[in-house]
Design a protein around this ligand. Structure first.
Ligand code: NDP
Length: 523
């Protein structure tokens, strides 16, 4: 089939620090996607037939491959996504290594067939169990901001579970996407089991159209809606990991030194381009002044520059258009009365995508800055009069990815965590749960549905089968055919025996009930 007219056979990888092309890669024509899926299906059949232990052994090899190439992976992530090398090592490489270790070591225990005890005496002669089977081919559609850790966090459990994977990385990080496929191939995974397809959003649509058995999508809310619609049309199940607007609640009893460092790191790591970025901070009024000063002073100390400079703490944003969005949100917030305490300027003198780490106070919920995902280097502060107002403000958002609460009283922290609408709440830390392999990651509201990471993320990649064995098949099944008036009465006694209030009444129905049990079926 001929490729569509808009198809461009070459993709360019651009260094956001300089705007220069750093690699060229072959794009995948959308017309080839169905064939790629067929190849994946073929490879998957053999892969699923291997034992879980054999699959885990290969994931251990993948972990060794990632470890051996860790510096090269960090270098590529740093150059293509712009983040400092330290962040590439911690957030992309370390998280990927731990994901591989976690699933390779623990999947056999996590996926033991589960006995299902029956509480109802009428079905005690049957034993039930849950078994897990792979879906088949998983379509992974990935974003650019953690171009190795995010796809690997989904692909590793997918293959452990016995699936094949077709992954479409972001067109902004195709070079990292190619590397991800290479790692699996170098580790010795069967040909065709893990394949990367390279292209724009149109290729993501083609992937869904080709009919994978499940789609794991990570990206913006707007694209997530399109993906959900496309999946729904084909009844393809999906996991959606979408945007966030994470709130940080700083109570008056918090350690302000630590909390301000967390606020600064949480707002500016990856230049604020993280789904778990701290995007809204609510501080109790008695400490608001001191906390704002600390945040502004610490933000001023951050070194802005290219990720390749070992001293850089905040790198560039991914593209100039992303910078425009941040500038517009800040402009509107200032026009409505917010105050910039530090930053707030583009830095074309450093490169096309640099923006100063910005601390802004006196924001309110009428501003786009507090309603929309900012996804840039902005730390936004608002004072509140009580912990209850802080929780109300935190919950006043359509997003529900994660949040954090800062207090010296961990019981108070746990109590408030229960009141915050989010998929994860950290007490006295921000975002780091993403690196805890046992912690499920998944949002509420417009932040998406389903889970990645943890046992829940593994179960998303498996179909659950309930298997039931009847150990007394000759025991009469009174609910089979042979209905008559007598059975109607006996059936009602049986219900009374099981559910009538009070033991005496239940006991009195026992004889009549037994008639139903022993009568059996006539046909
Ligand atoms: P996008 O939604 O722009 O893109 C995500 C992926 O979807 C890309 O691979 C993109 O391709 C692809 N895509 C675009 N259009 C379609 C389509 N119609 N059908 C199928 N696929 C399509 O997100 P970004 O890459 O800009 O990532 C940033 C967003 O991701 C932020 O909102 C962030 O919060 C969120 N995110 C959420 C995470 C979570 O775990 N909840 C984690 C990380 C990020 P292409 O890039 O080629 O256009």
């Amino acid at each position: 089939m001929a490729a569509p007219a808009t198809f461009s056979p070459l993709m360019e990888s651009i260094d956001p620090a300089t705007g220069m092309v750093i690699a060229r890669l072959e794009a995948t024509p959308p017309s080839e996607v169905p064939g790629i899926l067929t190849q994946a299906r073929r490879a998957q059949a053999g892969w699923a037939a291997q034992s879980l232990q054999e699959r885990c052994a290969l994931v251990h090899r993948l972990r060794e491959t990632i470890y051996a190439r860790r510096q090269e992976i960090a270098e590529r992530v740093m150059r293509e996504s712009g983040k400092p090398r330290v962040e590439a090592l911690f957030a992309d490489v370390l998280v990927s290594l731990d994901t591989a270790a976690y699933y390779a070591n623990l999947a056999p225990a996590l996926l033991l067939p589960e006995h299902v005890p029956h509480h109802n005496p009428a079905v005690k002669a049957k034993s039930g169990s849950l078994h897990y089977e792979p879906y088949g081919v998983i379509g992974v559609i990935a974003p650019w901001n953690y171009p190795v850790a995010i796809p690997l966090g989904q692909m590793i459990p997918a293959v452990v579970a016995g699936n094949a994977v077709v992954i479409k990385p972001s067109e902004l990080t195709p070079w990292c996407g190619a590397l991800v496929e290479e790692l699996f191939s170098q580790a010795g995974f069967p040909v065709g089991l893990v394949q990367v397809i390279q292209g724009s959003g149109e290729l993501g649509e083609a992937l869904i159209l080709a009919g994978p058995d499940k789609v794991i999508f990570t990206g913006s809310v707007a694209t997530g809606r399109r993906v959900a619609e496309a999946c729904a049309r084909r009844l393809i199940p999906s996991v959606l990991e979408l945007g966030g607007k994470d709130a940080m609640i700083v109570l008056a009893d918090a350690d302000l030194e630590v909390a301000s460092s967390a606020a600064v790191w949480g707002s500016f790591t990856n230049c604020g381009q993280a789904c778990l970025s701290v995007e809204r901070i609510y501080v109790e009024r008695p400490v608001a002044g001191r906390f704002s000063e600390l945040c502004a002073a610490k933000a001023r100390l951050l070194k802005l520059g290219p990720g390749s400079d070992p001293h850089t703490e905040v790198g560039p944003m991914i593209r100039p258009q992303q910078v425009d969005r941040v500038e517009e949100q800040l402009r509107e917030a200032v026009a409505r009365g917010a105050r910039i305490l530090t930053g707030g300027r583009r830095r074309p003198d450093i490169g096309p995508c640099f923006f100063e780490p910005t601390v802004i106070a006196d924001v309110d919920h009428s501003m786009r800055l507090m309603q929309e995902e900012t996804f840039g280097p902005v730390l936004a502060l608002r004072s509140v009069d009580s912990e209850q107002e802080a929780v109300t403000m935190a919950n006043d958002s359509p997003f529900g990815l994660a949040a954090s609460i800062w207090t010296r009283d961990s019981r108070r922290g746990r109590r408030l965590a229960a009141q915050v609408h989010a998929g994860a709440v950290m007490v006295n830390d921000v975002a780091s749960y993403f690196g805890i392999s046992e912690a499920p990651h998944g949002g509420r509201g417009v932040s998406g549905w389903g889970h990645t990471h943890s046992r829940l993320g593994l179960l998303e990649l498996l179909r659950v089968k309930y298997v039931d064995v009847d150990h007394l098949p000759r025991w009469p099944k009174s609910w089979w055919f042979g209905y008559n008036e007598e059975l109607g009465v006996a059936a009602d006694r049986f219900l009374q025996f099981l559910f009538a209030p009070g033991w005496r009444h239940r006991w009195k129905s026992a004889r009549g009930a037994m008639r139903a049990v022993f009568r059996g079926h006539r046909i």
